[in-house]
Design a binder for this molecule. Structure first.
Ligand code: FES
Length: 272
């Protein structure tokens, strides 16, 4: 794979990435060997499927359920989804390999996502990612994209990734830990954050729910909230995000009234 110049992966002394060689996107049909997909998980899968008129529509939350038990989407996880949804393993693989939230290798207790999209990169996101690669690397080798430091799933283990826009550009540069926001980061604050995670601490995100771990969040993404009140607690609004609305309110500004009728659209140019 050739990476475009300027991609943060190029900042690493050694270009690394997920081990795509050992992960076969075409899981063979066959029995599910992993004990992870026992009766509890099957019951949860049935609950997910029951939410949809057509069972195949449940695939995305089903893949999150798989990640909640295995910390990634394994070959058995693909077979499990295919069996429960009565679709082919190829159809499951096609979806699992399309979305970056579905991981091919076992992840750490925490997933640290550093936004390196345009605005965050310009505000320091590239420097943060490069420093975290160094900080979390071992024996002089920087940690690569979607690589894990520590035994996957063990306390204090971290999977690092660079991410596309995390929809918080007004708070750039931002980091997410298990998809919870840490806004207005610097190289120093990012280092302190991952050091705390490595020590087994759970720093409170800038806004949103208290920090848990990736597998708990995956279960929530599958639609299971054992303690919904705790998930919903915490500030969800950033001062910067609503500043325009507050200013408009203070100054009495309002959007112009909508016309009673939609204005006519200009004619489409003729196709040549
Ligand atoms: S560019 Fe980083 S949140 Fe949008």
């Amino acid at each position: 794979m050739t990476l475009p110049e300027g991609n943060p992966e190029m900042n690493a002394r050694e270009v690394t990435g997920p081990d795509e060689v050992t992960w076969n996107p075409e899981a063979a049909d066959g029995p599910i060997a992993s004990p992870s997909f026992g009766e509890v998980t099957r019951q949860q899968a049935k609950e997910i499927i029951a939410r949809y008129p057509q069972s195949r529509s449940a695939l995305l939350p089903m893949l999150h359920l798989v990640q909640s038990v295995e910390n990634h989407v394994s070959q058995d996880g693909i077979r499990f989804c295919a069996e429960m949804l009565e679709i082919t393993t190829a159809e499951v693989s096609a979806v699992a390999t399309f979305y970056t939230m579905y991981k091919r290798n076992p992840c750490g207790e925490h997933l640290v996502s550093v936004c390196t999209n345009t605005l965050c990169a310009a505000m320091g996101g590239d420097a943060i990612y490069a420093r975290l690669q160094e900080r979390l690397g071992t024996e002089g080798r920087p940690l690569g994209h979607e690589e894990t430091v520590g035994e996957p799933g063990s306390p204090g283990s971290i999977t690092l990734e660079h991410a596309e826009c995390l929809a918080a550009c007004d708070l750039a540069p931002v980091i997410q830990v298990n998809y919870e926001y840490f806004d207005n980061q610097s190289v120093e604050s990012a280092e302190e954050l991952v050091d705390a995670l490595r020590r087994g601490e759970k720093p409170h995100p800038t806004r949103g729910a208290p920090l848990t771990d990736l597998r708990t969040v995956e279960l929530e993404l599958a639609g299971f909230h054992p303690d919904l009140a705790a998930v919903a607690e915490g500030p969800s609004i950033a001062v910067e995000t609503v500043r325009g609305a507050v200013l408009a309110d203070e100054r009495g500004w309002a959007a112009p009234a909508r016309p009673a009728e939609h204005p006519a659209l200009p004619p489409l140019p003729e196709k040549k």
